[in-house]
Design a protein around this ligand. Sequence first.
Ligand SMILES: Nc1nc2c(ncn2[C@@H]2O[C@H](COP(=O)(O)OP(=O)(O)OP(=O)(O)O)[C@@H](O)[C@H]2O)c(=O)[nH]1
Ligand SMILES: [Mg+2]
Length: 381
Amino acid sequence: MGFFDKLFGRKKEQKVEEQKKEEQKLEQDELKEEVESIEQIVLEEVENIEQKLEQDEFKEDKQEEKEIIYTEKPKMEKRRFFTSLKDKLFKSREGLFGTLKNIFTGKSIVDGEMYEELEDTLVQSDIGIEMTLKIVKDLKVEVKARGVKKPEDVYPVLKDVLEGYLINENTKLDIQPGRMNIILVVGVNGVGKTTTIGKIASALVKDGKKVVIGAADTFRAAAVEQLEEWAKRAGAEIVKHPDGADPGAVVFDTLKAGEDKNADVVIIDTAGRLHNKNNLMKELEKINNIIKRKIGDQPYESILVLDGTTGQNGLVQARVFNEVTELTGFVVTKLDGTAKGGILFSISEELKKPIKYIGVGEGIEDLREFNSKEYIQAIFD
Ligand SMILES: Nc1nc2c(ncn2[C@@H]2O[C@H](COP(=O)(O)OP(=O)(O)OP(=O)(O)O)[C@@H](O)[C@H]2O)c(=O)[nH]1
Ligand SMILES: [Mg+2]
Protein backbone atom coordinates (compact mmCIF):
# COMPACT_ATOMS: atom_id res chain seq x y z
CA MET A 1 0.00 0.00 0.00
CA GLY A 2 1.39 3.42 -0.97
CA PHE A 3 1.90 6.28 1.42
CA PHE A 4 -1.19 8.20 0.27
CA ASP A 5 -3.39 5.11 0.41
CA LYS A 6 -2.26 4.57 3.97
CA LEU A 7 -2.78 8.22 4.86
CA PHE A 8 -6.26 8.37 3.36
CA GLY A 9 -7.08 4.99 4.88
CA ARG A 10 -6.16 6.30 8.31
CA LYS A 11 -8.06 9.55 7.78
CA LYS A 12 -11.13 7.58 6.81
CA GLU A 13 -10.79 5.37 9.87
CA GLN A 14 -10.52 8.45 12.06
CA LYS A 15 -13.61 9.91 10.53
CA VAL A 16 -15.59 6.72 11.08
CA GLU A 17 -14.29 6.61 14.64
CA GLU A 18 -15.40 10.21 15.27
CA GLN A 19 -18.80 9.58 13.82
CA LYS A 20 -19.19 6.53 16.00
CA LYS A 21 -18.29 8.53 19.11
CA GLU A 22 -20.77 11.24 18.24
CA GLU A 23 -23.54 8.71 17.73
CA GLN A 24 -22.72 7.05 21.04
CA LYS A 25 -22.88 10.39 22.83
CA LEU A 26 -26.25 11.18 21.27
CA GLU A 27 -27.57 7.78 22.32
CA GLN A 28 -26.36 8.29 25.89
CA ASP A 29 -27.99 11.71 26.12
CA GLU A 30 -31.26 10.35 24.83
CA LEU A 31 -31.15 7.47 27.25
CA LYS A 32 -30.48 9.79 30.15
CA GLU A 33 -33.42 12.00 29.20
CA GLU A 34 -35.63 8.97 28.91
CA VAL A 35 -34.64 7.65 32.33
CA GLU A 36 -35.28 11.06 33.86
CA SER A 37 -38.70 11.39 32.30
CA ILE A 38 -39.66 7.90 33.45
CA GLU A 39 -38.51 8.74 36.96
CA GLN A 40 -40.64 11.87 36.83
CA ILE A 41 -43.72 9.91 35.76
CA VAL A 42 -43.22 7.31 38.47
CA LEU A 43 -42.72 9.96 41.10
CA GLU A 44 -45.88 11.75 40.03
CA GLU A 45 -47.75 8.46 40.07
CA VAL A 46 -46.48 7.66 43.54
CA GLU A 47 -47.53 11.10 44.74
CA ASN A 48 -51.01 10.52 43.31
CA ILE A 49 -51.35 7.25 45.14
CA GLU A 50 -50.04 8.84 48.27
CA GLN A 51 -52.68 11.52 48.11
CA LYS A 52 -55.39 8.96 47.53
CA LEU A 53 -54.14 6.92 50.45
CA GLU A 54 -54.81 9.83 52.67
CA GLN A 55 -58.47 9.46 51.81
CA ASP A 56 -60.10 6.69 53.88
CA GLU A 57 -61.51 4.48 51.15
CA PHE A 58 -58.05 3.71 49.86
CA LYS A 59 -56.49 2.83 53.12
CA GLU A 60 -57.36 -0.90 53.33
CA ASP A 61 -56.69 -2.83 50.18
CA LYS A 62 -53.83 -0.85 48.73
CA GLN A 63 -50.98 -2.64 50.39
CA GLU A 64 -49.12 -3.01 47.11
CA GLU A 65 -49.13 0.68 46.34
CA LYS A 66 -48.09 1.43 49.88
CA GLU A 67 -45.06 -0.72 49.39
CA ILE A 68 -44.06 1.18 46.28
CA ILE A 69 -44.24 4.39 48.22
CA TYR A 70 -42.23 3.27 51.13
CA THR A 71 -39.56 1.46 49.20
CA GLU A 72 -39.22 3.18 45.83
CA LYS A 73 -39.98 6.80 46.58
CA PRO A 74 -37.30 7.46 49.18
CA LYS A 75 -34.76 5.68 47.01
CA MET A 76 -35.61 7.80 44.01
CA GLU A 77 -35.75 11.03 45.92
CA LYS A 78 -32.39 10.33 47.42
CA ARG A 79 -30.98 9.66 43.99
CA ARG A 80 -32.45 12.87 42.69
CA PHE A 81 -31.21 14.92 45.59
CA PHE A 82 -27.70 13.69 45.06
CA THR A 83 -27.92 14.16 41.29
CA SER A 84 -24.26 14.09 41.02
CA LEU A 85 -22.42 17.31 41.47
CA LYS A 86 -20.59 16.28 38.34
CA ASP A 87 -23.72 16.73 36.21
CA LYS A 88 -24.45 20.08 37.76
CA LEU A 89 -20.97 21.34 37.16
CA PHE A 90 -20.67 19.99 33.67
CA LYS A 91 -19.89 23.39 32.17
CA SER A 92 -16.85 23.75 34.39
CA ARG A 93 -15.67 20.34 33.38
CA GLU A 94 -16.16 20.95 29.69
CA GLY A 95 -14.69 24.42 29.94
CA LEU A 96 -11.64 25.20 32.00
CA PHE A 97 -10.84 21.83 33.38
CA GLY A 98 -11.52 19.98 30.18
CA THR A 99 -8.94 22.04 28.33
CA LEU A 100 -6.44 21.82 31.17
CA LYS A 101 -6.04 18.15 30.55
CA ASN A 102 -5.12 18.77 26.90
CA ILE A 103 -2.13 20.80 27.97
CA PHE A 104 -0.55 17.74 29.48
CA THR A 105 -1.39 15.16 26.87
CA GLY A 106 0.41 14.68 23.60
CA LYS A 107 3.58 16.35 24.84
CA SER A 108 6.88 14.61 25.41
CA ILE A 109 8.63 16.87 27.89
CA VAL A 110 7.80 19.21 30.74
CA ASP A 111 9.01 22.59 29.50
CA GLY A 112 8.45 26.33 29.66
CA GLU A 113 6.03 26.18 26.76
CA MET A 114 3.79 23.80 28.66
CA TYR A 115 3.73 26.08 31.69
CA GLU A 116 2.97 29.09 29.48
CA GLU A 117 0.05 27.30 27.94
CA LEU A 118 -1.15 26.47 31.44
CA GLU A 119 -0.88 30.13 32.46
CA ASP A 120 -2.98 31.23 29.48
CA THR A 121 -5.69 28.72 30.28
CA LEU A 122 -5.81 29.63 33.96
CA VAL A 123 -6.07 33.35 33.26
CA GLN A 124 -8.94 32.69 30.87
CA SER A 125 -10.77 30.78 33.57
CA ASP A 126 -11.14 33.78 35.89
CA ILE A 127 -8.39 32.69 38.18
CA GLY A 128 -6.73 36.08 37.74
CA ILE A 129 -3.14 36.87 36.88
CA GLU A 130 -1.76 37.03 40.40
CA MET A 131 -3.30 33.72 41.39
CA THR A 132 -2.24 32.11 38.11
CA LEU A 133 1.38 33.03 38.68
CA LYS A 134 1.15 31.63 42.19
CA ILE A 135 -0.38 28.38 40.98
CA VAL A 136 2.28 27.85 38.33
CA LYS A 137 5.06 28.71 40.76
CA ASP A 138 3.73 26.28 43.38
CA LEU A 139 3.19 23.65 40.71
CA LYS A 140 6.79 23.88 39.51
CA VAL A 141 8.07 23.46 43.07
CA GLU A 142 5.83 20.44 43.61
CA VAL A 143 6.72 18.87 40.27
CA LYS A 144 10.38 19.16 41.14
CA ALA A 145 9.90 17.86 44.67
CA ARG A 146 8.04 14.80 43.43
CA GLY A 147 10.53 14.16 40.65
CA VAL A 148 7.81 14.21 38.01
CA LYS A 149 9.20 13.92 34.48
CA LYS A 150 6.29 13.16 32.16
CA PRO A 151 3.78 15.89 31.23
CA GLU A 152 0.79 13.63 31.87
CA ASP A 153 2.03 13.12 35.43
CA VAL A 154 1.93 16.88 36.03
CA TYR A 155 -1.87 16.87 35.74
CA PRO A 156 -2.51 15.05 39.06
CA VAL A 157 0.05 17.32 40.75
CA LEU A 158 -1.89 20.36 39.53
CA LYS A 159 -5.03 18.83 41.01
CA ASP A 160 -3.35 18.54 44.41
CA VAL A 161 -1.94 22.07 44.22
CA LEU A 162 -5.38 23.52 43.42
CA GLU A 163 -7.02 21.51 46.16
CA GLY A 164 -4.42 22.84 48.58
CA TYR A 165 -5.77 26.37 48.18
CA LEU A 166 -9.30 25.46 49.18
CA ILE A 167 -9.89 25.94 52.89
CA ASN A 168 -11.01 22.74 54.53
CA GLU A 169 -11.83 23.93 58.04
CA ASN A 170 -15.17 25.30 59.18
CA THR A 171 -16.84 24.62 55.87
CA LYS A 172 -20.04 23.78 57.75
CA LEU A 173 -22.26 26.47 59.25
CA ASP A 174 -21.65 26.81 62.97
CA ILE A 175 -25.01 25.75 64.30
CA GLN A 176 -25.10 24.64 67.91
CA PRO A 177 -27.96 23.13 69.83
CA GLY A 178 -29.41 25.00 72.78
CA ARG A 179 -28.91 28.49 71.43
CA MET A 180 -30.32 30.83 68.82
CA ASN A 181 -27.88 30.63 65.91
CA ILE A 182 -27.66 33.61 63.60
CA ILE A 183 -26.73 33.74 59.94
CA LEU A 184 -26.30 37.17 58.41
CA VAL A 185 -26.29 37.06 54.62
CA VAL A 186 -24.60 39.86 52.68
CA GLY A 187 -23.57 40.54 49.10
CA VAL A 188 -24.16 42.88 46.16
CA ASN A 189 -27.44 42.79 44.29
CA GLY A 190 -28.40 39.88 42.14
CA VAL A 191 -25.77 37.44 43.37
CA GLY A 192 -28.34 35.05 44.81
CA LYS A 193 -28.68 36.00 48.49
CA THR A 194 -32.42 35.50 48.75
CA THR A 195 -32.37 32.26 46.77
CA THR A 196 -29.53 30.92 48.90
CA ILE A 197 -31.39 31.83 52.09
CA GLY A 198 -34.38 29.88 50.81
CA LYS A 199 -32.21 26.87 50.08
CA ILE A 200 -30.37 26.99 53.43
CA ALA A 201 -33.64 27.45 55.34
CA SER A 202 -35.13 24.48 53.54
CA ALA A 203 -32.16 22.25 54.38
CA LEU A 204 -32.27 23.34 58.03
CA VAL A 205 -36.02 22.80 58.34
CA LYS A 206 -35.62 19.34 56.82
CA ASP A 207 -33.02 18.73 59.48
CA GLY A 208 -35.66 19.47 62.13
CA LYS A 209 -34.63 23.03 62.93
CA LYS A 210 -36.99 25.91 63.61
CA VAL A 211 -36.01 28.74 61.31
CA VAL A 212 -37.01 32.42 61.35
CA ILE A 213 -36.00 34.64 58.43
CA GLY A 214 -35.67 38.42 58.66
CA ALA A 215 -36.46 40.52 55.59
CA ALA A 216 -33.92 43.26 56.21
CA ASP A 217 -33.68 44.02 52.49
CA THR A 218 -36.29 46.76 52.66
CA PHE A 219 -34.80 48.57 49.69
CA ARG A 220 -36.55 46.90 46.81
CA ALA A 221 -40.34 46.57 46.60
CA ALA A 222 -40.44 42.96 45.46
CA ALA A 223 -37.66 41.76 47.75
CA VAL A 224 -39.89 40.98 50.71
CA GLU A 225 -42.41 39.14 48.57
CA GLN A 226 -39.69 37.05 47.01
CA LEU A 227 -38.29 36.15 50.41
CA GLU A 228 -41.75 35.37 51.70
CA GLU A 229 -42.27 32.92 48.87
CA TRP A 230 -38.99 31.18 49.66
CA ALA A 231 -39.79 31.06 53.37
CA LYS A 232 -43.11 29.43 52.58
CA ARG A 233 -41.48 26.82 50.38
CA ALA A 234 -38.82 26.13 52.97
CA GLY A 235 -41.27 25.89 55.88
CA ALA A 236 -39.70 28.80 57.74
CA GLU A 237 -41.25 31.84 59.39
CA ILE A 238 -40.59 35.36 58.21
CA VAL A 239 -40.43 38.74 59.94
CA LYS A 240 -41.06 41.73 57.69
CA HIS A 241 -41.70 45.44 57.74
CA PRO A 242 -43.11 47.64 54.97
CA ASP A 243 -40.83 48.65 52.06
CA GLY A 244 -38.40 51.38 52.91
CA ALA A 245 -38.42 50.57 56.62
CA ASP A 246 -35.22 50.70 58.65
CA PRO A 247 -33.32 47.42 58.14
CA GLY A 248 -31.99 47.70 61.69
CA ALA A 249 -35.52 47.63 63.03
CA VAL A 250 -36.26 44.50 61.03
CA VAL A 251 -33.16 42.80 62.41
CA PHE A 252 -34.17 43.79 65.93
CA ASP A 253 -37.68 42.40 65.51
CA THR A 254 -36.42 39.24 63.84
CA LEU A 255 -34.10 38.47 66.72
CA LYS A 256 -36.91 39.13 69.17
CA ALA A 257 -39.26 36.83 67.25
CA GLY A 258 -36.55 34.18 67.09
CA GLU A 259 -36.14 34.35 70.83
CA ASP A 260 -39.87 34.34 71.58
CA LYS A 261 -40.42 31.37 69.30
CA ASN A 262 -37.39 29.46 70.47
CA ALA A 263 -35.91 29.38 67.00
CA ASP A 264 -32.81 27.29 66.37
CA VAL A 265 -31.68 29.49 63.51
CA VAL A 266 -32.34 33.08 62.46
CA ILE A 267 -31.31 34.05 58.93
CA ILE A 268 -31.13 37.69 57.88
CA ASP A 269 -31.44 38.85 54.28
CA THR A 270 -29.87 42.22 53.49
CA ALA A 271 -30.01 44.71 50.65
CA GLY A 272 -27.33 44.52 47.99
CA ARG A 273 -27.74 48.04 46.73
CA LEU A 274 -25.61 50.23 48.90
CA HIS A 275 -23.77 52.39 46.50
CA ASN A 276 -20.54 53.09 48.26
CA LYS A 277 -18.21 51.52 50.73
CA ASN A 278 -19.02 54.02 53.43
CA ASN A 279 -22.75 53.39 53.29
CA LEU A 280 -22.16 49.69 53.23
CA MET A 281 -19.91 49.86 56.25
CA LYS A 282 -22.37 51.98 58.24
CA GLU A 283 -25.30 49.75 57.40
CA LEU A 284 -23.52 46.54 58.30
CA GLU A 285 -22.05 48.05 61.44
CA LYS A 286 -25.53 48.94 62.60
CA ILE A 287 -26.85 45.46 61.92
CA ASN A 288 -23.85 43.84 63.59
CA ASN A 289 -24.30 46.01 66.67
CA ILE A 290 -27.94 45.03 66.99
CA ILE A 291 -26.99 41.36 66.77
CA LYS A 292 -24.18 41.72 69.29
CA ARG A 293 -26.42 43.54 71.72
CA LYS A 294 -28.73 40.57 71.59
CA ILE A 295 -26.32 37.65 71.77
CA GLY A 296 -23.24 39.15 73.39
CA ASP A 297 -20.07 37.19 72.68
CA GLN A 298 -21.79 34.28 71.04
CA PRO A 299 -20.29 33.80 67.54
CA TYR A 300 -22.51 34.05 64.49
CA GLU A 301 -22.14 33.51 60.77
CA SER A 302 -21.62 36.41 58.37
CA ILE A 303 -21.81 34.90 54.94
CA LEU A 304 -20.90 36.71 51.75
CA VAL A 305 -22.70 35.46 48.68
CA LEU A 306 -20.79 35.73 45.40
CA ASP A 307 -21.94 35.06 41.87
CA GLY A 308 -19.57 32.47 40.39
CA THR A 309 -20.09 33.78 36.88
CA THR A 310 -18.73 37.26 37.54
CA GLY A 311 -15.08 36.27 37.69
CA GLN A 312 -12.54 38.69 39.06
CA ASN A 313 -15.31 41.10 39.99
CA GLY A 314 -16.33 38.58 42.64
CA LEU A 315 -12.87 38.76 44.13
CA VAL A 316 -13.10 42.56 44.31
CA GLN A 317 -16.47 42.29 46.08
CA ALA A 318 -15.01 39.77 48.51
CA ARG A 319 -12.15 42.14 49.35
CA VAL A 320 -14.47 45.10 49.97
CA PHE A 321 -16.90 43.18 52.17
CA ASN A 322 -14.05 41.56 54.04
CA GLU A 323 -12.76 45.04 54.84
CA VAL A 324 -16.03 46.51 56.02
CA THR A 325 -17.31 43.58 58.05
CA GLU A 326 -16.08 40.40 59.69
CA LEU A 327 -16.97 37.56 57.34
CA THR A 328 -17.03 33.93 58.44
CA GLY A 329 -17.35 32.38 54.99
CA PHE A 330 -18.70 32.42 51.47
CA VAL A 331 -21.36 30.94 49.31
CA VAL A 332 -20.54 30.88 45.60
CA THR A 333 -23.65 30.65 43.45
CA LYS A 334 -24.49 29.89 39.82
CA LEU A 335 -21.69 27.39 39.38
CA ASP A 336 -24.07 25.45 37.16
CA GLY A 337 -23.93 28.31 34.68
CA THR A 338 -20.24 28.91 34.22
CA ALA A 339 -17.47 27.24 32.33
CA LYS A 340 -14.97 29.06 34.51
CA GLY A 341 -15.34 28.75 38.26
CA GLY A 342 -11.73 29.74 38.96
CA ILE A 343 -12.98 32.30 41.49
CA LEU A 344 -13.26 29.64 44.20
CA PHE A 345 -9.53 29.17 44.29
CA SER A 346 -8.75 32.89 44.33
CA ILE A 347 -11.08 33.79 47.18
CA SER A 348 -10.08 30.82 49.31
CA GLU A 349 -6.41 31.49 48.86
CA GLU A 350 -6.57 35.23 49.29
CA LEU A 351 -9.11 35.62 52.08
CA LYS A 352 -8.39 32.36 53.89
CA LYS A 353 -12.03 31.85 54.73
CA PRO A 354 -14.06 28.76 53.93
CA ILE A 355 -16.61 28.32 51.21
CA LYS A 356 -19.61 26.96 53.04
CA TYR A 357 -21.89 26.14 50.17
CA ILE A 358 -22.03 26.30 46.41
CA GLY A 359 -25.18 27.06 44.43
CA VAL A 360 -25.72 24.82 41.44
CA GLY A 361 -29.14 25.86 40.17
CA GLU A 362 -32.30 27.82 40.85
CA GLY A 363 -34.19 25.04 42.63
CA ILE A 364 -34.60 24.73 46.37
CA GLU A 365 -32.32 21.68 46.51
CA ASP A 366 -29.62 23.13 44.27
CA LEU A 367 -27.25 23.87 47.09
CA ARG A 368 -24.29 21.70 48.07
CA GLU A 369 -22.23 21.73 51.22
CA PHE A 370 -18.76 22.53 50.04
CA ASN A 371 -16.16 19.85 50.23
CA SER A 372 -12.88 20.56 48.48
CA LYS A 373 -12.14 16.92 47.65
CA GLU A 374 -15.58 16.35 46.15
CA TYR A 375 -15.39 19.58 44.19
CA ILE A 376 -11.99 18.81 42.70
CA GLN A 377 -13.16 15.31 41.87
CA ALA A 378 -16.29 16.64 40.20
CA ILE A 379 -14.51 19.12 37.96
CA PHE A 380 -11.47 17.07 37.07
CA ASP A 381 -12.82 13.56 36.59
N1 LIG B 1 -28.41 29.14 37.72
C1 LIG B 1 -28.44 29.60 38.96
N2 LIG B 1 -29.16 30.71 39.25
C2 LIG B 1 -29.16 31.14 40.51
C3 LIG B 1 -28.45 30.50 41.55
N3 LIG B 1 -28.66 31.19 42.69
C4 LIG B 1 -29.47 32.23 42.38
N4 LIG B 1 -29.79 32.23 41.08
C5 LIG B 1 -30.60 33.18 40.32
O1 LIG B 1 -30.04 34.48 40.41
C6 LIG B 1 -31.05 35.47 40.39
C7 LIG B 1 -30.88 36.45 41.54
O2 LIG B 1 -31.11 35.76 42.74
P1 LIG B 1 -31.59 36.47 44.09
O3 LIG B 1 -31.64 35.41 45.14
O4 LIG B 1 -32.80 37.28 43.86
O5 LIG B 1 -30.35 37.44 44.34
P2 LIG B 1 -30.19 38.54 45.49
O6 LIG B 1 -28.75 38.58 45.83
O7 LIG B 1 -31.12 38.29 46.60
O8 LIG B 1 -30.57 39.87 44.71
P3 LIG B 1 -31.06 41.29 45.32
O9 LIG B 1 -32.14 41.00 46.29
O10 LIG B 1 -31.53 42.04 44.12
O11 LIG B 1 -29.88 41.92 45.94
C8 LIG B 1 -32.36 34.72 40.41
O12 LIG B 1 -32.87 34.65 39.12
C9 LIG B 1 -31.98 33.34 40.92
O13 LIG B 1 -32.85 32.34 40.45
C10 LIG B 1 -27.68 29.31 41.20
O14 LIG B 1 -27.00 28.68 42.01
N5 LIG B 1 -27.72 28.93 39.90
MG1 LIG C 1 -32.59 39.48 47.49
